[in-house]
Ligand binder design. Structure first.
Ligand code: HEM
Length: 165
């Protein structure tokens, strides 16, 4: 150790580059999502900007940065919030592919990169809530992901994943 002051240890958020790093990670990720014909239609808003801001705030808070996410959105309850969306293994793999590309572009030190990736991979595994290839229900004018979730689960129970939030 070269630092023998009483300063509190840096959070991973600080170590990895703080706000700028998370903004770059999430912006790069959403640039990929914008081109993805499975993921893009899942997003309720045409403009991905607000979704990018929510993900940035969440990741910053998770890694020890500002707690703005919870101040604005309450408890993350990520699994529950994703129940409205059809997150099958294909969606998960696409999500991870865009995240991987964005993370690679950051060119972080290997330990930081591996720490982030390990978390993102596990979190994405935990978000899978169906093994159905496509949403079940009438093709148009019928249930959307959102109303289907209100109506109750329409897929076999998925084993409880490790906590992610
Ligand atoms: C596995 C594939 C995933 C898919 C297809 C997916 C899809 C979505 C969609 C469609 C939304 C709604 C956009 C919005 O309005 O904010 C959303 C929200 C969100 N997702 Fe995911 N997601 C996935 C995984 C993850 C993972 C792994 C994390 C965390 C590491 C995450 C964190 C979030 C957060 C923080 C929000 C905003 C929640 C809120 O405050 O309302 N997602 N996701």
């Amino acid at each position: 150790m070269t630092d023998d002051t009483d300063a509190p240890p840096l959070s991973f958020y600080d170590e990895v580059g703080g706000h700028e790093t998370f903004v770059r990670l999430v912006d790069g990720f959403y640039r990929g999502v914008a081109t993805d014909d499975v993921l893009k239609p899942m997003y309720p808003e045409e403009d991905l900007g607000p979704a990018a801001e929510r993900l940035t705030m969440f990741l910053e808070q998770y890694w020890g940065g500002p707690t703005t996410y919870s101040e604005r959105r309450g408890h993350p309850r990520l699994r529950a919030r994703h129940n409205a969306f059809h997150v099958n293994p294909d969606a998960r793999d696409r999500w991870l592919r865009h995240m991987r590309a964005s993370l690679d572009a950051l060119d972080l030190p290997p330990l930081h990169e591996a720490t982030l990736w390990d978390y993102l991979e596990r979190a994405a595994m935990a978000m899978v809530n169906t093994f159905e290839a496509a949403p079940i229900g009438p093709p148009s004018g019928g249930r959307t992901g959102l109303t289907a979730s209100v109506a109750g689960p329409h897929h076999p129970p998925v084993p409880k994943p490790p906590a992610t939030d």
